[in-house]
Design a binder for this molecule. Structure first.
Ligand code: UD1
Ligand code: BG6
Length: 377
């Protein structure tokens, strides 16, 4: 049931304050003698020691789910101290890459039925790794075959059985939230991390209201879509926590709006992508406040020097520090703890992809050539 919305995709984007709330429900609690806040993930609590002791954590997924894992990688590494490597499911299987008994392999899949991810899971099970699932679908093959895991409880599968797009947009943000909670749970209660942990938990609790604020950019993103409607291509530059945001924004523009788009790691700009920059090609640069901000400012300057057509996403109040000579289009988003910023930053890009799709006359809820869950290889 689409309710007041025209499309499921639109409904899903706008209902993220609710889907994020259900994802967190019952999982953030005040505990212990000092009444500090903690995370309780029922599905992982008996396995945390094993995960902490593992030699590395390997994230495995495809498409949007891979991107969500990539967005979460830095905070999982920071809080757990365990190295995290990333694997696109099909590539792990193609390479028969090394997976060891001492590894924790985390499989991320909204549907829990994606063939590539399930094949990688079988491979990791054969190799004796602890296999953890992160999925939206109770009873899915992924949930059944993994040793343990977390349901993201985004609730967005209901009533959308025949559509494709409608079950991704809220899954991405809920997956990031679950993996931030996983980082907190695996990180445990080390005193040295206490302030950081508290800040992340406060940030999680604040997310639904900040998402509501970001959703107010809807009209602005529609205007931007109108400007971009006839473009051939869109580049999205991000780094650090928001490299994944660049990949995910570009993936949505590609698969829903059917426009060529690439997410680019800004640190790689000088090593190839700069050659593409001219006064025609639109480029989104994600430059919200975090440890990489000054590096992104210098990326903006270099793109500007080559007459790039820039659209900069920045933290509220930062327009003047990112828009060189006042010449860029700016998208301002609220600030949240750095590791959660990708949850907010992806939303304007989801809205942009949605409006581009509608304006270009494509089918929003059933993108061309895509199946709801790819159960073949
Ligand atoms: C569970 C209940 C929830 C209840 C809550 C009360 C289910 C599905 N969830 O939620 O209804 O309100 O307890 O405490 O009954 N799992 C996997 N692989 C996966 C995902 C999950 O093995 O990919 C396993 C988990 O390890 C766990 C079980 O499935 O044993 C349920 O996971 P989850 O729903 O995340 O657990 P809770 O949040 O505790
Ligand atoms: C692809 C879809 O087929 O599957 C992507 O086109 C999706 O959008 C990917 O992200 C993975 O799906 P899942 O269900 O494993 O998260």
């Amino acid at each position: 049931n689409k309710g007041k919305y025209k499309h499921y995709m639109q409904k899903e984007i706008h209902e993220q304050p609710e889907s994020l709330t259900t994802t967190m429900r019952g999982r953030l609690i005040r505990g212990g003698a000092c009444k500090s806040k903690t995370v309780l993930l029922g599905g992982l609590k008996d396995h945390l020691k094993t995960i902490r002791r593992s030699r590395r954590i390997v994230f495995v997924g495809c498409g949007t789910s891979y991107n969500a894992a990539l967005a979460s990688r830095p905070i999982v590494e920071e809080l757990s101290g365990v190295p995290v490597t990333m694997e696109v499911a099909s590539d792990l299987v193609d390479r028969q890459g090394p997976i060891y008994r001492e590894d924790t392999a985390v499989f991320v899949s909204q549907s829990g039925e994606t063939a590539d991810t399930l094949q990688a899971l079988d491979y990791a099970l054969e190799n004796g790794a602890l296999c953890v699932g992160i999925t939206n679908t109770v009873g899915s093959a992924l949930a059944r075959k993994t040793h343990c895991g977390v349901h993201i409880n985004a609730g967005c599968e209901i009533g959308v059985a025949s559509t494709k797009a409608s079950d991704w947009h809220c899954a991405y943000t809920s997956q990031i939230v679950v993996m931030a909670m996983l980082a907190l749970a695996v990180g445990g209660d080390m005193i040295s991390n206490e302030a950081r942990r508290e800040a992340i938990i406060d940030g999680l609790l604040d997310l639904p209201s900040k998402v509501k604020e970001v959703l107010k950019l809807d009209e602005e993103m529609k205007d931007l879509a109108e400007l971009l409607i006839n473009e051939q291509s869109l580049l999205v530059f991000g780094r650090g926590y928001n490299y994944a945001t660049a990949l995910e924004g570009a993936l949505k523009v590609k698969e829903v709006a059917l426009m060529h788009s690439e997410g680019i790691l800004a640190g790689e700009m000088k090593h190839g992508p700069l050659a593409l920059v001219d006064h025609n090609l639109p480029i989104v640069v994600i430059a919200t406040r975090d440890a990489c901000f000054s590096k992104q400012q210098s990326v903006i300057q270099q793109l500007h020097a080559r007459k790039g057509r820039l659209i900069v996403m920045c933290t509220k109040g930062d327009s003047a520090s990112v828009s060189v000579g006042g010449s860029c289009r700016v998208i301002e988003v609220p600030h949240v703890e750095d590791c959660l910023q990708p949850v907010l930053n992806v939303i304007p890009l989801q809205l942009l992809a949605y409006h581009l799709t509608v304006l270009r006359g494509h089918n929003v809820d059933q993108p061309r050539n895509l199946a709801k869950s790819v159960t073949t290889q």
